[in-house]
Design a protein around this ligand. Structure first.
Ligand SMILES: NC(=O)c1ccc[n+]([C@@H]2O[C@H](COP(=O)([O-])OP(=O)(O)OC[C@H]3O[C@@H](n4cnc5c(N)ncnc54)[C@H](O)[C@@H]3O)[C@@H](O)[C@H]2O)c1
Ligand SMILES: N[C@H](C(=O)O)[C@H](O)COP(=O)(O)O
Length: 350
């Protein structure tokens, strides 16, 4: 399994998007030490030339010990199926994007990497490229690693680095999701007793294991307006969420709520809370991205390996222009490094 002294891997993501160039920009800025990128060498050279970056892009064999240094980006190669232009999606390259992920998973599992950090991919073009069940990195990694449940957590920069419990930063957030990438129409049916209990247990366990929070306090959103208004505005709170939280409390988890989601995210309600559990994607991530877009990272909880990601997508209209902000990739790298070290120390302590 992952080796915390080994390099961090960056999968460069959708080739038509901003993933390749934010990787190159960080490399040119000297911010990718002990890091290796995975992607197409020619693509990376073309993007570096397009952006006028002074950078050597150097190929190395997967698993080799060579790492990037200021002005030099070391790349484990994967070959594009067809040439890629900035901003122009091509389903023929879906297999290439997934191949970069598989190289990273294999390297983490074989101890050749400390963690994988993913630049954004485009879910739609992967689906169109012949992978109809693809819904995102999170679920793909769950299946690739053979685990039953994973949890998507996004956190703003300050919240990522506050190790101790009950931080009180205003605007700093950790937000986890009960449901992830599914149509809003299907959300209510997916919010089940079983799902809430499994996600909450995993969230509490990984707030300890990956963030070093000894006694995690979790505040849980309702699904409906005003948390269902005692059943007058929806029944999921009474039928599912409240019974699930009651069972979790009986197990000793500090899960509070369900609270009306519109006011749960106000600073007064977040005092003493380590993470908010939202019922669906935009309930939680709209707030998180308002609080810290570009200064946050995404982490997949529940995996046997460390995976973090950026807080943004492929931003196709910015691709190839050199104006995309690479900061979230830097945050995701710093977080991956921190978590890999914490997990290594915890396993030594065991
Ligand atoms: N980690 C990931 O792989 C990931 C994360 C989010 C979205 N996506 C995917 O990305 C695609 C596009 O999604 P979207 O349009 O909802 O979100 P997006 O984040 O790509 O774009 C939303 C807005 O933010 C801007 N933006 C995004 N990244 C930026 C950056 N680094 N610097 C400056 N501005 C930036 C864009 O220009 C756009 O205005 C979809 O296929 C989505 O599924 C992938
Ligand atoms: N839900 C994430 C976001 O909005 O930032 C994003 O789509 C990435 O999901 P994966 O890590 O599962 O690809």
């Amino acid at each position: 399994m992952s080796n915390s002294a080994a390099p961090l891997l960056i999968t460069t993501g959708e080739p038509a998007g901003i993933g390749p160039e934010i990787t190159l920009i960080l490399a040119a800025n000297g911010q990718l030490n002990n890091t290796v990128a995975i992607g197409d060498i020619q693509l990376l050279n073309q993007r570096a030339a397009l952006l006028g970056l002074q950078l050597d892009v150097v190929e190395a064999a997967p698993g080799s010990e060579e790492v990037s240094s200021p002005g030099r980006l070391v790349v484990w190669p994967a070959a594009l199926r067809e040439p890629a232009l900035p901003g122009v999606l091509n389903p023929a390259n879906a297999g290439y994007v997934l191949e970069t992920l598989q190289i990273a998973v294999d390297a983490c599992q074989q101890g050749h990497a400390a963690a994988m950090v993913t630049a954004p991919l485009h879910k739609g073009v992967i689906i169109e490229g012949g992978f109809p069940n693809f819904t995102g990195h999170t679920e793909w990694l769950r299946d690739a690693c053979g685990v039953d449940e994973v949890v998507m957590l996004l956190a703003t920069d300050q919240a990522l680095h506050a190790q101790s419990s009950h931080w009180q930063g205003s605007g700093d957030l950790r937000v986890a999701l009960v449901t992830t990438h599914l149509p809003l129409r299907e959300v209510a049916d997916a919010v089940t007793y079983d799902k809430i209990t499994r996600v909450s247990r995993l969230l509490a366990a990984d707030l300890k294991r990956q963030f070093g929070i000894v006694t995690p306090r979790i505040a849980v959103c309702g699904l409906n307006p005003h948390a269902g208004e005692d059943g007058h505005l929806g029944h999921e709170e009474l039928d599912v969420i409240i019974p699930a939280l009651k069972a979790l409390r009986a197990e000793g988890l500090d899960v509070q709520g369900p609270f009306p989601a519109d006011t749960l995210f106000t600073p007064r309600h977040l005092v003493g809370i380590d993470a908010v559990l939202a019922m669906y994607h935009d309930q939680g991530l709209a707030v998180l991205k308002y609080a810290g877009f570009g200064q946050a990272a995404n982490i997949t909880l529940g995996l046997p390996l460390v995976r973090t990601s950026v807080d943004h997508g492929t931003a196709l209209s910015l691709a190839g222009r050199g104006i995309a902000d690479p900061n979230s990739l830097g945050v995701a790298l710093a977080l991956a490094k921190q978590i890999a070290a914490r997990r290594a120390n915890a396993s030594i302590a065991l």
